[in-house]
Design a protein around this ligand. Sequence first.
Ligand code: SF4
Length: 377
Amino acid sequence: MAGIYIHIPFCKQACYYCDFHFSTSLKKKDELIQCLVKELQLRKNELQNDTIETIYFGGGTPSLLNRVELELLVNTVYENYPVIINPEITLEANPDDLSNDIIIELSDSPINRLSIGIQSFFERDLKLMNRAHNKNEAKACLSAATQYFNNISIDLIYGIPGLSNEEWITNIETALSFNVPHISCYALTVEPKTALETFIKKGIIDNVDDDLAQEQFHILVDKLETSGFVNYELSNFGKPHFFSKNNSSYWLGKSYLGIGPSAHSFDGDQRSWNVSNNTKYIKSIQKNKLPSEIEILTATDKFNEYVMTGLRTIWGVSLKKVENDFGTNYKKYLLQQSEIYIKEQLLYIDDDKLLTTKKGKFLSDGIASNLFKINLV
Ligand code: SF4
């Protein structure tokens, strides 16, 4: 089984914290959509032995596409790839694009899952991050969306400068009041060269407080677990049967094809990525040339990646798999390096699995990087 990710590289305005690839000029939108269709056709033999189980429109802001454009892309997938019956087809959407009429139209399209970028229900936070929507739009779109879709995910951000723990609890409770089955929550991070970084450097916005973010993460886990959600990946919480199939396939090491500027692909042995520039992407695809670079993964790369993704999830790192796929030396190394974290109760071993404890989960990326293998032993 495999997934297809389609990157829609346009946004109405730039959120201050964002370092994804997008353009705020929509001039090339039609041309770019034609190129996405063409890239899907050009790469139809890449996932030879796999059947597609998920299609994911990410961005950028995919909800800037209308139903006809989305259907054109989904139909192109069906025409060129084997697809399972009833695949998960997700549209990332922003609240200001989801009017009642658009939601009704989308509910009658192949899209069967919405991932809505709410981020916060507080006006102050939305302005601080330069989101295009306001709190009323956030609530109105959720009221409408939950009437027409049962598979909805909400994105929220914690650790925003000025967001108190009480306000964070209000955000979580407001999200829960809409009865959605999936919530993704991210700590606000200051990425290089973003407007947020500049504002913090100039003292216009306070810096993010890592300790507060960690506190808010623990509040989140407690609240959502009490409400029946499973924290199946560091940033993702789902009710049973509503874990994101698309995201889970990344963490379980399945293959995926990334279509569009900046999109990444993975086939188990190599990773490739398209150029992060709309004009260059269009020019190249129009000449039937894939604008991508390829990296062949070494055993060490694969091991490191498995440890990193495994520790973020409830599936953990299987010691048997490490031994089978990478050899006894890797398993020994992993157990040796883990010892200190097991003593500190940040990691534990359950049967065959190395997992993060509740206390260790927020720190899983840092812990994983200390378990990485640099050279073969
Ligand atoms: S809408 Fe999403 S992709 Fe676009 S700027 Fe904001 S965070 Fe980035």
